[in-house]
Design a protein around this ligand. Structure first.
Ligand code: APR
Length: 201
């Protein structure tokens, strides 16, 4: 999934219309722990082996229980490519589904990272829609161990989500769940700036 689509708000303002404004209203940022969020599907920041790890991946596996890893191993023995995602049940989590998203490892920004990160979120929305999930929550994929700089990760994530939501009216809400106050501030500022860019266009 590496089709090239614009990821930065300033690059897609010409596409903005009332659908995009409505999409933005379904997107929000809050501080919190995604393992406790009660929505149809949460995103996980997984690795390509789907092998579990630290960060939010470790927290989600701990909270879900061992059934989730068993399902991953049985259904996806070959793992998942960067920029894509796979789905499992949520087991002991409040969420019904988990979207295991493989974001890019930051390698300086000239290796297709932004297109891959945008693709990761788009894949997750498509998969969520295919199982009838209408309320979603995501952590800041790639913005931890994978080293994606925070503000660029916010611009890519929020732009990709807003654009994709505009063509998926069945998805009611996407909540970005930011683990630290700093990340919450950065994503909230990026969302406010995106809203201003769109309303000025
Ligand atoms: N809820 C929400 N966000 C969380 C939580 C949580 N419980 N725990 C951590 N985070 C945040 C981190 O603070 C970071 O901002 O999730 C964001 C993503 O960080 P990572 O979990 O490190 O994910 P990523 O950068 O995509 O790296 C993925 O890390 O854990 C391994 O197996 C995973 O190899 C993969 C790699």
């Amino acid at each position: 999934m590496s089709e090239s689509r614009p990821e930065h708000p300033k690059r897609f303002v010409s596409e903005s219309d009332s659908n995009l404004r409505r999409a933005l209203a379904r997107l929000s940022c809050e501080r919190g722990d995604i393992t406790g969020v009660d929505v149809d599907a949460i995103g996980n920041a997984a690795n390509a082996e789907l092998a579990g790890g630290g960060g939010v991946d470790g927290a989600i596996h701990r909270a879900a229980g061992p059934g989730m890893m068993r399902e991953l191993t049985e259904r996806y023995p070959r793992g998942c490519s960067t920029g894509e995602c796979v789905i499992t049940a949520g087991y002991d989590l409040p969420a019904r589904f988990v979207l295991h998203c493989v974001g890019p490892i930051w390698r300086g920004g000239d290796h297709g990272e932004s297109a891959q990160l945008a693709s990761t979120y788009r894949s997750a929305l498509a998969l969520a829609e295919s199982v009838g999930a209408t309320t979603l929550a995501f952590p800041a994929i790639s913005a931890g161990i994978y080293g994606y700089p925070h503000r660029p990760s916010a611009d890519v994530a929020l732009s990709a989500l807003a654009l994709d939501l505009a063509s998926r009216p069945s998805i009611e809400s996407v909540r970005m769940i930011l683990f630290s106050e700093e990340l919450h501030r950065i994503y909230s500022t990026a969302l406010a700036e995106l809203a201003r860019t769109i309303s000025a266009s």
